[in-house]
Design a protein around this ligand. Structure first.
Ligand SMILES: *[C@@H]1O[C@H](CO)[C@@H](O)[C@H](O)[C@H]1NC(C)=O
Ligand SMILES: *[C@@H]1O[C@H](CO)[C@@H](O)[C@H](O)[C@H]1NC(C)=O
Ligand SMILES: *[C@@H]1O[C@H](CO)[C@@H](O)[C@H](O)[C@H]1NC(C)=O
Ligand SMILES: *[C@@H]1O[C@H](CO)[C@@H](O)[C@H](O)[C@H]1NC(C)=O
Ligand SMILES: *[C@@H]1O[C@H](CO)[C@@H](O)[C@H](O)[C@H]1NC(C)=O
Length: 354
């Protein structure tokens, strides 16, 4: 939750920087100050991760999965074009006592699927759906047409080269749910994802010894290495290879906030979005790693936003808005926590948090 609100503030601030530049500079500065003060007051609570943390995993619930694979096979998604690969979706119960089940969508590769690796994809947040974002907007086999009803093939789908498993994690995200308890935290998430995997492999036994990769983005900067660590420690415990983990990949990783911020401004500068003067000011006055964000730092951060202007910072070379393909949600948000209040139009790009 802390992380989400931190990101919301971050995103809102980007909007202000990007869209309301013409508005009053002091409002931008106020928002920046608020963002920074909230952050230091209430930083995201990331749990420290050590190998010992994985020792209390048992008892793992492995339940027989006979027949479920056939039941999970998808005939056709609504509005879907003909395809030459098999895809599946369904639930895997990971805790029958509390009634917790995780939802997955699995797209096999059209060609030579039996020799291609198995790749797990995790969106971040925390709270972002791997089906809604990862599968339907990013690397899945389909994209949604602007009619909102039909699908088209994504030429750059990862299932061209791998069998891709999209997992909604943790419970409470996307279609994944729990009937009673939503105990959360990085450790619980890793443990639940691990329990999901060993049960899913019972359902799809032909993948049990397949080369396995874990990938993800954003807050998956936590999910990916933590799940990898758990898999390795479980493999060690059983003196065997329960899961044949071969590698991990993370994009836009949330691992360390200081480094992320520093890297972000460095990116603007090295991509000609910020002036030398602004970059020098940020380097001199923001002191990432020192925890010292001065008023001068805020000034340069605001200036950074004014300079890069109305662009999508996640895709700086793309047109900002293409109404014929995607329409960002627009809404009116009252930012009553600012001293100088008012209603602003805010564009919501959930991708920025996911
Ligand atoms: C959750 O509750 C519903 C309604 O009782 C039930 O159908 C479902 O199987 C339960 N889920 C799990 C994972 O136990
Ligand atoms: C499938 O695998 C075979 C044998 O390795 C190879 O000859 C063929 O080119 C592959 N087909 C595709 C489409 O990758
Ligand atoms: C794994 O190997 C160690 C050392 O050879 C042995 O003490 C332990 O019992 C083995 N564990 C299992 C689960 O086989
Ligand atoms: C940033 O670095 C400072 C100084 O090392 C540290 O006190 C602070 O906790 C770091 N912030 C985050 C969010 O990691
Ligand atoms: C924080 O930054 C301000 C402005 O650069 C500076 O005057 C002050 O000494 C710094 N404080 C610490 C503790 O580094």
């Amino acid at each position: 939750m802390n992380h989400i609100s931190y990101y919301l503030l971050f995103v809102f601030s980007l909007y202000f920087l990007g869209f309301c530049v013409a508005r009053k500079d002091d409002q931008i500065t106020s928002l920046n100050k608020l963002m920074e003060s909230r952050r230091s007051e209430n930083p995201p609570r990331v749990q420290p991760w050590t190998e010992e943390d994985t020792s209390d995993l048992s008892p793992l619930s492995i339940v027989p999965q006979q027949g479920s694979k056939e039941e999970d096979m998808i005939d056709k998604l609504p509005g879907q074009p003909q395809v030459d690969f098999d895809h599946y979706s369904g639930y895997v119960t990971i805790d029958s006592k509390v009634g917790k089940a995780l939802f997955y969508y699995f797209a096999e590769s059209p060609h030579n699927s039996s020799t291609k690796p198995l790749v797990l994809w995790l969106n971040g947040g925390p709270g972002c759906s791997s089906f809604g974002y990862g599968a339907m907007e990013e690397l899945g086999p389909f994209r949604v047409n602007s009619d909102g009803k039909t699908l088209y093939r994504n030429d750059y789908a990862w299932n061209n080269v791998a069998n891709v498993l999209f997992l909604e994690s943790p419970a409470g995200v996307g279609f994944s749910y729990s009937n009673t308890s939503y105990a959360t935290g990085d450790k619980q998430t890793a443990k639940d994802s691990y329990t999901f995997l060993i049960n899913w492999l019972q359902r799809f036994p032909e993948y049990k010894t397949r080369d396995f990769y874990i990938t993800g983005e954003s807050y998956a900067g936590h999910y990916v290495p933590q799940l990898a660590s758990l898999i390795l420690s479980e493999n060690k415990k059983t003196n065997g290879t329960v899961i044949n983990l071969r590698g991990i990949a993370i994009g836009n990783a949330v691992i360390d906030d200081n480094a992320t911020d520093e890297g972000m401004y460095d990116y603007y500068w090295t991509h000609a979005l910020n002036s030398d003067e602004t970059n020098a000011g940020i380097n001199e006055y923001c002191g990432y790693g020192s925890g010292n964000f001065s008023a001068t730092c805020f000034h340069y951060q605001s200036q950074s936003g004014s300079e890069y202007g109305e662009i999508d910072i996640y895709n700086i070379y793309a047109p900002f808005c293409d109404g014929s393909i995607q329409k960002p949600a627009t809404g009116s948000v009252s930012l009553s926590f600012l001293s100088n209040t008012g209603n602003y139009n805010v564009l919501l790009f959930e991708d920025m948090m996911c």
